[in-house]
Design a protein around this ligand. Structure first.
Ligand code: GLC
Length: 658
């Protein structure tokens, strides 16, 4: 490693390692020995990175913890520990750090395609996952989001989001070593790995929670403990509920110790108190431990909730941004290869601030949650006004903002739409949410969705929706009826939605199973775990059906019609520069309410994506007279982009050189 000492050597080395991350990994791994002492040059790298951020970090830390008795003692400990994590970081990851520091935009092009899955549903164990990597690669995926897999008590796990130990893996899935090995295998194959960092709370079986429960004040101070209900009552006045029916309220009474503890999510998920600097420090160490196992992307779970303050709604408070900013700087010091993905499922205006500013960035990536929900709204209304408006908003944002685009994930769809915009059409929020839910649960005449409601509380009128893409698109419904035309139409809808998602700027992420059109799984209703039975999100968290996946090669099968067409779109997306995140993007009017046209443009290429959200034939009244296009999905040359008649639920990807 001493080689990196002088600049010239460094440039040479970078040239050598630039080609692919996989190569870097292999080359550097040879040098990895357990006894290897950290070389002086590593210290330099560390010091330089530290130097860049030190003042700001110290300032923010001391400001946040100014009421603590000894903020500097905690800060100094933090500095000492992060250096230890840097030293312990495997050399192959250190090399990746340097490589990605040299190419900070490595994730912004059009080459990344994500897939998210529960390991138990997909491969059973982490070890078996390795055997499934060829399928991942065949599916063009090079970014895996492995759903929570750290130790979590059975029956009290919230799908793994109640972590009992941040340094060990759920027994059924394997060991931390297996995770490390899998991450290494992924890197060798050019695949990045994302893991949740559940930072808002711990399981009530986490060591801290146990100690707190046994009366240890030091540990009680890591959570929000109250002797009676007077404070919780005040909090409840301003703090909305996340799970109003499955886990009502924001506090849980612990009868064994006669105390109340804050539990924004399930009663067994105790909220951490980040006003305590020890909590911040310890959680940072947990995060660094995970990135040192080879995790590339840290998903900051439920991040808007991490700071609580009486008299507020306890969401998106300024201190949250301070914490995320500090985590970003710490990650840039210890593990600059790592990206932070914020899980900010909030109203549109609350999401973007989590990118921070260009000078003081926070998250590298955020979920494009508004577009996701608006897409489903458009399916139910066949009216593209809102999605067009949403695309116009997105296109006005700075290009360095990278969104993760998706149709479905492991959570419900919340109807967080731009109601200020919808109001001009006389749309009432509560009535509209009801309409959308009715549509996707098959209650509207002619609708085909087989969704299930989530947290349907009559008083709040804010029910959310669950279901897989294929089931929400009607494939399951028409399949049951053996209605061939219906199935075909629904497959078209499913593909059109994926095509739309793939042509947005950012990183597309497929929900595992969607690539083969997997249906809902109703078996959760019979599960022995009562929380699971009550949680309809499990309807779209079914075990991956490998038998059906096998049918992706049988041309006439539903699975093949989805899989093969998706694969084609994914390949096109990664081979044309116009799909890069920094291409210009804007919408065109189509003068027909069910069709949508989005343009992507670089200096050399122009692309028009056309999408028909109606089950009927519709027109897209565009008039592009400046040249002929190629329709990429059917490879039709000399296509005239004017007055286009679009088949039900169809899409066209028109492209030409400028
Ligand atoms: C996030 C997860 C969700 C979980 C919640 C509590 O929103 O996506 O599944 O229930 O956090 O950890």
């Amino acid at each position: 490693m001493g080689k990196l000492e002088n600049k010239e050597d460094k440039t040479k080395k970078m040239k050598k390692t630039k080609k692919t991350a996989a190569k870097t990994v292999k080359v550097v791994k040879k040098a990895k020995t357990k006894t290897e002492k950290p070389a002086v040059v590593n210290e330099n790298v560390f010091s330089q990175r530290l130097h860049k951020h030190y003042d700001e970090l110290k300032w923010l830390y001391c400001e946040l913890y100014q009421d603590d008795k000894q903020p500097l003692v905690h800060f100094d400990e933090l500095m000492k520990k992060i250096k230890e994590f840097y030293i312990a970081r495997p050399n192959y990851l250190k090399a990746l750090d340097i490589e990605r520091e040299q190419q900070p935009d490595w994730y912004k092009g059009n080459k990344l395609l994500g897939m998210m899955m529960y390991v138990n549903c997909f491969s059973g164990t982490l070890k078996n996952f390795e055997k499934r990597l060829p399928y991942i690669q065949e599916s063009n995926v090079n970014y895996l989001h492995l759903m929570p897999l750290l130790s979590s008590p059975k029956g009290k796990s919230d799908g793994g989001y109640a972590v009992a130990d941040f340094r060990s893996v759920q027994e059924d899935l394997g060991t931390m070593k297996d995770l490390e090995n899998l991450a290494e295998k992924c890197h060798e194959n050019g695949i990045s790995v994302c893991l949740d960092f559940v930072m808002n709370h711990t399981s009530d079986e986490h060591e801290w929670a146990r100690k707190a429960r046994s009366g240890d004040k030091e540990y009680q101070d890591r959570y929000f403990f109250f002797d009676d209900y007077s404070m919780p009552e005040l909090f409840e006045r301003d703090c909305p509920q996340v799970f109003p029916t499955t886990a009502p309220g924001n506090f849980t009474y612990l009868s064994d110790i006669n105390k109340f503890v804050m539990t924004t999510f399930y009663p067994y998920q105790w909220d951490l108190d980040y006003r305590n600097p020890v909590v911040f420090n310890e959680m940072v160490y947990n995060m660094l431990f995970l990135v040192n196992q080879g995790i590339d992307i840290i998903r900051l779970d439920a991040v808007p909730y991490i700071w609580k303050q009486l008299g507020t709604n306890c969401r998106n408070l300024p201190q949250v941004h301070t914490i995320v900013r500090m985590m970003r700087m710490i990650s840039e010091i210890v593990s600059p290869a790592v990206l932070l993905l914020g899980e900010v499922v909030m109203a549109p205006d609350k999401v973007v601030p989590y990118f921070g500013t260009p000078e003081k960035p926070e998250c590298h990536m955020l979920y494009n949650v508004t577009t996701m929900a608006t897409t489903w709204h458009t399916v139910a209304t066949r009216d593209t006004a809102l999605i067009k408006h949403q695309m116009d908003i997105l296109s006005s944002l700075p290009k360095q903002y990278i969104f993760q685009n998706y149709l479905r994930c492991h959570d419900d769809i919340g109807w967080g739409l731009d109601y200020d915009f919808l109001r001009q059409f006389g749309i009432d929020e509560a009535a509209h949410k009801k309409y959308l839910n009715d549509f996707f649960t098959g209650k509207v005449p002619g609708s085909f969705g087989i969704g299930e409601l989530y947290n349907d509380d009559e008083r709040l009128r804010d029910a959310r929706l669950c279901g897989t893409t294929a089931s929400l698109c009607g494939i399951e419904y028409y399949d049951k009826l053996k209605d061939k035309d219906g199935i075909e139409r629904s497959i078209q809808l499913d593909l059109m939605l994926h095509a739309f998602m793939l042509s947005q700027s950012g990183i597309p992420v497929i929900y595992s199973g969607d690539e083969i059109g997997q249906y809902n799984d109703y078996s959760y209703k019979e599960d022995e775990d009562a929380d699971k039975r009550a949680d309809s999100r499990y309807v779209h968290r079914g075990v991956f059906n490998w038998r059906k996946a096998g049918r992706r090669k049988i041309k006439t099968a539903i699975q093949a019609k989805i899989y093969q067409n998706l694969a084609k779109m994914e390949k096109i997306r990664s081979s044309y520069d116009v799909f890069k995140a920094d291409a210009d993007m804007y919408t065109l009017p189509t003068w027909e309410k069910s069709t949508l046209a989005i343009v992507r443009e670089t200096a050399q290429e122009r692309f028009i994506g056309l999408y028909n959200f109606s089950e009927n034939e519709q027109m897209a009244w565009i008039n592009e007279t400046d040249g002929l296009y190629t329709e990429l999905l059917t490879d039709t040359k000399d296509f005239k982009a004017a007055g286009i008649k679009m088949a039900p639920y169809s899409c066209l990807w028109l492209w030409r050189k400028k």
